[in-house]
Design a protein around this ligand. Structure first.
Ligand code: THU
Ligand code: ZN
Length: 148
């Protein structure tokens, strides 16, 4: 759903700022599609990631997976909100299916907000969309399916 900056909760605001801050650290020399991501854990910690490509063209780490893995390195706490920022021709940019599954592993709540930040060419915010995670990955497979 399209939202305004004034609709962001304080934690979402921090995540948007952090995703935009870290995005220039993306190593996306092949696609030139730089993605920054930031996730908040249930203790208020913020963890960031950016996509990391390789000359092999296959070993790419996606920004959202990078942020989720950074969270796991720092804490056992689960994720409560995530934002990612990208300059994309898409009206509402979207995390890929594999990133959705990675978020699923550590989601505190399947309704957790995912905020998509569409950047303008001057890297200001063009549009914001917010989705409940389970809208992006309904009826998902996760730790509970294995009794964890
Ligand atoms: N990318 C991400 O970082 N997250 C996604 O979920 C979508 C794709 C990156 C991978 C690659 O470096 C570039 O965007 C183009 O696909
Ligand atoms: Zn992905």
């Amino acid at each position: 759903m399209l939202i305004r900056e004034s609709d962001l909760t304080p934690i979402e605001r921090r995540l948007v700022d952090e995703a935009m801050r870290i995005r220039p650290r993306a190593y996306a020399v092949y696609s030139n599609y730089r993605v920054g991501a930031a996730v908040a854990d249930a203790n208020g910690g913020i963890h960031v990631g950016a996509n990391m490509e390789g000359a092999d063209y296959t070993l790419t780490v996606h920004a959202e997976q990078h942020a989720m893995n950074a969270m796991r390195l720092a804490t056992d706490a689960k994720a409560v909100a995530l934002a990612f920022a990208v300059e994309s021709p898409a009206e509402s940019p979207s995390p890929c299916g594999v990133c959705r599954q990675r978020i699923r592993e550590f989601a505190a709540d399947l309704k957790m907000p995912i905020v998509a930040v569409s950047l303008a060419p001057d890297l200001t915010i063009a549009r914001l969309h917010r989705y409940a995670f389970d809208y992006l990955l309904p009826h998902s497979f996760g730790p509970e399916n294995l009794g964890k």
